[in-house]
Design a protein around this ligand. Structure first.
Ligand SMILES: O=C(O)CCC(=O)C(=O)O
Length: 299
């Protein structure tokens, strides 16, 4: 498919979900809204998970770490865009956000045995420059098993109902700003979302979540994809952001629609990615200020 057709504001009908199998049941949707997460859910079949992992690891061997901490690799790697657009994932996401879906971002979260990387308790949307009251979620797709030993993600059920203050913090934290919630977290309430390769969890943008370091001999490779309905508005006064339309129609035009790469590491796609992630770094800096202002106006 050409870059032009992908940036149109409608996703072609062959990508739509008429006969899809992975929609959530009403009780799963109710549970998601009540608890803020669902796991484990089927996403990729094991063969696709295996071949995608192979491509990720081949890419790492040839090119080293992914640029910009692994942000938005689907913009220059068509085989990661295939994951972002995978019907098994989008069907479940559609059950929660509705038929018109943007992928706002994606990111690898890779922990090697003993590398010390962990993720402190945080809420995602706090620093994203998006309306925090919106229905924004992450599909976290396991390309290897995610276990207690290798640093599976943990959540606090029901913690997704309001935004809390964050501070910037700890070393070895895999988050872009090392941020963490500035409130006590009741660790005994944590649920560990164990996943097999090809399975995913869904978590709400305000969910308290984090993960511990990898104490096993196995890598943990996860790919986190941020989805939202096309109606979501960026916060006022920030640079214009971009997102990829992955299902349905964009009737709003709140974001520039991102093109598909013409091929692996296509130079135009790499340049687009470079600009998009640089712009996001700026948005992120300004969003932190807005977060601090919002929290101080509430206190
Ligand atoms: O991969 C992890 O351990 C944490 C992921 C995360 O914080 C996220 O998806 O927002």
């Amino acid at each position: 498919m050409s870059a032009t057709s992908r940036t149109a504001n409608t996703v072609p009908a062959d990508n739509l979900s008429a006969q899809s199998a992975n929609h959530l049941s009403p009780s799963q949707v109710a549970r998601y809204h009540m608890q803020g997460y669902l796991a484990p859910l089927p996403a990729l079949d094991p063969e696709l998970a295996r071949t995608t992992l192979f491509k990720v690891e081949t890419h790492e061997k040839q090119h080293g770490d992914f640029p910009s901490k692994g942000l938005k690799a689907h913009l220059y790697l068509p085989w990661m865009e295939e994951v972002v657009r995978h019907p098994g994932i989008l069907d479940a996401v559609e059950s929660i956000v509705g038929p018109d879906i943007l992928c706002w971002s994606s990111r690898f979260f890779i922990k090697d045995p003993g590398d010390g990387g962990f993720v402190s308790w945080h809420q995602d949307v706090t620093y994203w420059g998006l309306d925090v009251s919106e229905n924004i979620l992450t599909a976290w797709i396991a390309l290897t098993p995610a276990t207690r030993e290798n640093g599976v993600m943990k959540v606090i059920p029901g913690s997704h109902t309001k935004v809390v203050a964050h501070r910037e913090g700890a070393a070895s934290n895999m988050l872009l700003r090392g941020q963490e919630v500035a409130v006590e977290v009741e660790e005994t309430q944590a649920v560990f979302m164990g996943l097999g390769a090809g399975e995913m969890s869904l978590h709400h943008g305000l969910m308290f979540h984090g993960s511990e370091d990898n104490r096993s001999a196995q890598r943990r490779v996860g790919f986190a994809v941020r989805y939202m309905p096309t109606r979501v508005k960026p916060l006022e006064g920030l640079p214009r952001d971009s997102a990829m339309l992955v299902r349905g129609v964009d009737h709003y035009g709140h974001f520039d629609l991102e093109p598909s790469a013409a091929g692996d590491l296509d130079p135009a796609a790499l340049e687009f990615h470079r600009k998009a992630t640089a712009r996001y770094a700026d948005i992120n800096r300004q969003a932190v200020k807005k977060h601090l202002e919002m929290m101080s106006s509430q206190s």
